[in-house]
Design a protein around this ligand. Structure first.
Ligand code: NAD
Length: 354
């Protein structure tokens, strides 16, 4: 039997809510990891998990990640996440989504939901019929719209922060940047890279996405193996996770890794240390790709595009602080980010309890 309390206590989760509604077919889990800094914001993922335990493990892992991301981004938010067990293409219905909305509402704002894998902006509108605690609504409905635009902008400024620290370079002009994945984020990232005169190389398993960036930004297509092993200033993973592993690290010749993909390192501890040894500056994924979270967080105070963009620009300074802390303490950039994210929560907690 799944030892639920053991699993919840292991990483200090505050609350886990099992949502069961036979009349709509809803089976969901909401995990609230930490609310010291504010309500727990995190997307809702719909996925046909093999079993209940896989769903629990996923929601616990993802919600904890949100705590770190919100904290390091200086947001007054905690970390949470929800998973709905089911196949999005066949099991999703208005009543299932509204039922999920009712459970979110029952938490009184302690958890704020948003879109994630398997969910769409339209789904959020059904959820919003039952709860106010939802973000990621269309611009036309007063929301913040597509988060990828600011996620890409955050990756761009984060890349610049890393290049300044690692190579003392201010501009990307003439630099060779390799991008893996030209989806929503990769596409917008290319427009920034192109406007600063970078040479862009990359690949995508989707021919149409590749063709689009070739036509619009003059991207030079290379094979997946070439991309990993070619002489680049920056490698930017913007597709899937776990692309950085010991084999890839051996081939990499770049100075910086700065991309949007979540969970880029196959094994965080091992791979962040290997990169440090090889003097490749790894920009922690959850810091550089926080533009999307910062964007939806802005909905909570009434969305203002300029304000959200200004906050995303702050990723430059957040990263510079992380790099300095890592250098001064001779630790990996990921370790430094984790320490600083945890410290903000601890400091606030102490101060708030005085
Ligand atoms: P997306 O699905 O729009 O794009 C991903 C692209 O990667 C697609 O074009 C796909 O064809 C390509 N791809 C998949 N496997 C590949 C492979 N093996 N090699 C090369 N290309 C491959 O996703 P997105 O919204 O652009 O997000 C990209 C990454 O950034 C994801 O890991 C996502 O979790 C993360 N992220 C996105 C956001 C956001 O605001 N969209 C925010 C934070 C993190």
């Amino acid at each position: 039997m799944t030892k639920i309390f053991e699993k919840i206590s292991d990483k200090n989760h505050e609350q886990v809510v099992y949502c069961n509604d036979p009349s709509s077919g809803l089976k969901a889990i909401i995990a609230i990891h930490n609310t010291v800094l504010g309500p727990a914001l995190g997307g809702c993922r719909m996925y046909p998990y093999k079993n209940e335990e896989d769903a629990l493990v996923d929601v616990l892992r993802l919600s904890r990640g949100m705590t770190y991301k919100a904290s390091i981004s200086n947001l007054n938010l905690g970390g949470g996440k929800a998973v709905i067990i089911g196949e999005p293409n066949s099991d999703k219905s208005e009543v299932l989504l509204r039922s999920f909305g009712k459970f979110v509402q029952s938490l009184g704002g302690k958890y704020i939901t948003a879109e994630d894998v398997g969910m769409t902006v339209r789904d959020m509108e059904f959820i919003r019929m039952e709860t106010d605690h939802v973000t990621g609504i269309k611009r036309a409905m007063g929301g913040s719209g597509d988060p990828s635009i600011l996620t890409a902008f955050g990756v761009f400024v984060g890349m610049k922060a890393a290049l300044k620290k690692r190579l003392n370079i201010q501009s990307l002009h003439g630099l060779k940047i390799g991008v893996q994945g030209f989806g929503k984020v990769g596409y917008y990232l290319c427009s920034h890279l192109k406007s600063e005169g970078a040479e862009i190389y990359g690949n995508d398993i989707n021919e149409e996405s590749l063709q689009r960036v070739k036509d619009e930004f003059g991207v030079n297509p290379v094979s997946a193996d070439e991309l990993i092993s070619m002489d680049l200033d920056v490698f930017s993973p913007c597709a899937m996770g776990a692309v950085i592993n010991p084999t890839a690290i051996e081939s990499l010749k770049c100075s910086v890794i700065a991309g949007a993909a979540n969970n880029q390192l196959e094994k965080e501890d091992r791979d962040s240390k290997l990169l440090k040894e090889k003097k490749i500056m790894y920009v922690p994924d959850y810091v550089i790709n926080a533009g999307g979270l910062i964007n939806v967080a802005n909905e909570l105070q009434g969305y203002d595009k300029e304000k959200a963009k200004f906050q995303v620009e702050g990723i430059y300074h957040i990263l510079t602080r992380i790099f300095d802390y890592a250098i001064n303490n001779n630790i990996s950039t990921l370790e430094a980010a984790n320490i600083l994210a945890e410290r903000r929560i601890q400091d606030y907690s102490k101060w708030n309890h005085q």
